[in-house]
Design a protein around this ligand. Structure first.
Ligand code: ASP
Length: 332
């Protein structure tokens, strides 16, 4: 008798992979259903028994952390019900954030594989079907157990902590500048060559309010006008993407210190790769000066991922000390 096919839960959230155009419309928009996506790749049925759920139907930029909290709860339930892995299809614009959020929200060694497409289904060389096939191959493989949430596109497997969208249109847009991919798909089989330690988990009930966190990138000659508005606008936290190893113009340092006394302020680097420094520079506005003023280091997380982590930790009710500890653990 042939082996039973593994059960995989598929959540379709929209994005380019699900986008097509009605004849009367200009441009494509998410309209293909989860079942449409499955029908486009008949081979999927040989690999797994797929339970498909149309969870959202939006461009990546319209997804919210609330949506991801809801999807994480559905994924967790599907694991309880016997799925050995989950696949999420969505707009690539926010995959680097949503995969990171799902990694924090789903506490399971079973794999959650996020994928999408750079070329929509109306274009020659559309990559959605190949990406979906590779995602299901990864999610249903014993090799993927213990990986947590990963991103699979262009036959590469990326850790959610490090992956970034680095190009507007290229099918190889997804890269992990700090580490490279942790594996790839070869002749339909995943090869995993690096495993990162499991990281922080946040338990958040679906109806929980997610406090707003601002993300501010500093540029040359940046002034303090935006910074001065953060508290008054009702933000509960701030992530600053500083220059290089974690620096801001000296004139901003006192105001950042004052803010850090009122809310968690996380210092990341705008470079998009490498770790924030701890103790190399000593000038006003340097990393060591900002830490003395109460800022929390993003460690090896970039600004986007820091904003997701801080938002979810605040939603889970974490104290400032617990937040600092979680950021440190993410970089362990
Ligand atoms: N370009 C995006 C995508 O690949 C659009 C979106 O994020 O929905 O899906």
């Amino acid at each position: 008798m042939s082996e039973p096919r593994p059960r995989i839960a598929l959540y379709s959230l929209g994005g380019t992979i699900a986008s097509t155009a009605a004849a009367s419309e200009t441009g494509v928009a998410p309209q293909l259903t989860a079942d449409d996506l499955l029908r486009a790749v008949p081979k999927l049925g040989q690999i797994a028994q797929i339970d498909a759920v149309q969870a959202r139907q939006v461009p990546g930029g319209d997804l919210t952390l609330h949506d991801l909290v809801a999807v994480a709860a559905q994924i967790t339930q599907s694991f309880v019900d016997g799925a050995i892995g989950a696949v999420v299809t969505q707009g690539t614009d926010t995959i680097e954030e949503s995969a990171f959020a799902l990694g924090i929200l789903v506490a399971s060694p079973k794999p959650v594989v996020v994928t999408g497409a750079m070329r929509n289904p109306t274009l020659p060389g559309a990559d959605g079907p190949a990406n979906l096939l590779a995602a299901v191959q990864v999610a249903s493989s014993p090799e993927a157990q213990g990986l947590g949430c990963v991103v699979v596109l262009n036959d590469e497997i990326h850790a959610n902590r490090f992956v970034r969208k680095t190009h507007t249109t290229s099918t190889s847009a997804f890269r992990s500048p700090l580490t490279g991919p942790i594996g790839w798909v070869h002749e339909g089989r995943p090869r995993v060559v690096a495993r990162h330690s499991p990281h922080v988990h946040a338990d958040i009930a679906p109806a929980t309010e997610i406090p707003p966190v601002a993300l501010l990138k500093v540029g040359i000659g940046a002034d303090s006008r935006l910074l001065g508005e953060i508290l008054g606008l009702g933000y509960a936290g701030l992530v600053v993407e500083g220059f290089g190893g974690g620096h801001v113009p000296g004139s901003l340092a006192p105001m950042l210190g004052e803010l850090a006394a009122r809310m968690p302020v996380v210092l990341a680097s705008r470079t998009g790769s490498g770790e924030v420094l701890r103790e190399t520079y000593g000038f006003v506005g340097s990393e060591s000066d900002l830490f003395k003023r109460g800022l929390i280091s993003a460690g090896l997380l970039d600004g986007l991922k820091s904003r997701v982590l801080l938002s979810l930790l605040l939603a889970s009710g974490a104290s400032r000390d617990a937040i600092a500890k979680s950021f440190a653990e993410m970089s362990d």
